[in-house]
Design a protein around this ligand. Structure first.
Ligand code: ADP
Length: 394
């Protein structure tokens, strides 16, 4: 069974073609600058990189270019069985992936109030796929769904409850598909049932979130109502005193639009360092640039605090797992975090294993370490394909 996964942004479309039987990704890629000048589609098909530079007026143009390429090179007469669509916000009602019906699609669109940057684009991606693949099942996989198991005291903000209920203001959490995948792989790596483990999963990319996974269920997570809360990110601020937001409004004269742009695009590693949002650039500069050093220290300190808090929330922790661009690649961030937690959690870092470059799931703590430290490359597309196949097969 071949599943196409799609992740639609407002001017981008990521795709992956997965053979569910072997769990191999046959092709993946990205259409960029949809609806803008200088559009381009890049792909890797059966290990070969390729692409075209072509303007695309909309997502349908983009998907047409992608499918033409896939039909020519890899599908060769075979057909996609179903499409799995990544959706950022599932609100309070979607705790599981869903087969897309008109009603489900309307609800995804209605959730734009909670995720104005993401849900309208995700809904547009689904509509495009419905047009391109009439009659084929479409599945929506929500970034928030894995966190639906959080207890009420973990997702409640200290704001008037009535107002929160009226507007759906609460912690929802994101990156759920990744946290779930990584927790499952960590259990396999440790050779123990997931139901017996307390794991802190650290998804550290351009957007970052940390989750407490107790017996396979998310019980708390660092992102909140929106993907702004938590540790500092590439350009997002992470948690700040709400009083600072009020001060920004008063002293910088910012309105909601200006605040949104500042908090999402000009903060985090970028905002503190002035060097850039990319962790590699920060690590390249931090020996000589004190602002870059400060950005890196602030990031690592934030990660340490969440891991400590979640160890307390779960009354212990068996493993800390790192994933996504920074988590999988920055031995520097992992070393700083693990060393700081050596006494509290008994993480005994294996320095050589930490420095090793590998695409495999691996332990970076020494044998006998009280808490295991692991690196697990995430694979959200595979999870989306698995969910899609499961729903389609009933
Ligand atoms: P996204 O959230 O966009 O999916 P990724 O998971 O791809 O992001 O992560 C991007 C981040 O990973 C960037 O900050 C990048 O600097 C960082 N990264 C990638 N490779 C390395 C590396 N070798 N060392 C440090 N950071 C890295």
């Amino acid at each position: 069974m071949l599943i196409l996964t799609l992740n639609a942004g407002s001017s981008s479309l990521k795709f992956c073609l997965i053979d569910v039987a072997t769990e191999d990704a046959l092709a993946d890629g990205l259409a960029e600058r949809i609806g803008l000048p200088s559009g381009a589609v890049k792909w890797t098909v059966m290990g070969e990189k390729g692409g075209v530079e072509q303007d695309m007026k909309d997502h349908k143009d983009a998907l047409t270019i992608i499918m033409d390429e896939l039909r020519k090179t890899v599908l060769k007469g075979r057909d996609v069985s179903a499409v799995g669509n990544r959706v950022a916000h599932g609100g309070p009602n979607f705790g599981e992936p869903m087969l897309v019906t008109d009603k489900v699609l309307r609800e995804i669109e209605d959730l734009a109030a909670l995720a104005p940057l993401h849900n309208p684009a995700n809904a547009l991606g689904i509509k495009t796929a419905m047009e391109m693949f009439p009659g084929k099942p479409q599945v929506a996989v929500f970034d928030t769904a894995f966190h639906a198991t959080m207890p009420d005291y973990a997702y409640t903000y200290g704001l008037p409850l009535e107002i929160c209920k009226k507007h759906g203001l609460r912690r929802y959490g994101f990156h759920g598909t990744s946290h779930r995948y990584v927790a499952e792989r960590t259990a396999k790596l440790l050779g123990k049932p997931l139901e017996q483990l307390k794991i802190v999963t650290c998804h550290l990319g351009n957007g970052s979130s940390i989750t407490a996974v107790d017996k396979g269920k998310s019980v708390d997570t660092s992102m909140g109502l929106t993907p702004l809360e938590g540790i500092i990110m590439g350009t997002r601020c992470g948690s700040v005193d709400p009083g600072a937001i009020v001060a920004l409004m008063e002293k910088e004269g910012l309105d909601a639009k200006g605040l949104n742009a500042l908090l999402n695009k000009q903060c985090g590693l970028q905002g503190i360092s002035g060097v850039g949002s990319d962790c590699r650039d920060i690590e390249g500069a931090m020996q000589t640039n004190d602002a870059a050093r400060l950005a890196h220290d602030t990031l690592c300190y934030g990660i340490v605090k969440y891991i400590g808090a979640y160890a307390a929330a779960m009354d212990g922790v068996d493993a800390v797992t790192f994933t996504a661009g920074i988590g999988e690649n920055s031995s520097n961030v992992r070393a700083k975090v693990c060393k700081k937690l050596q006494n509290l959690l008994g993480i005994n870092l294996d320095e050589a294993a930490n420095k090793e470059r590998s695409k495999n799931d691996r332990l970076i703590s020494a044998p006998g370490s009280r808490t295991a430290a692991c690196v697990v490359p995430t694979n959200e597309e595979l999870m989306i394909a698995r969910y899609t196949a499961k729903l389609v097969n009933g």
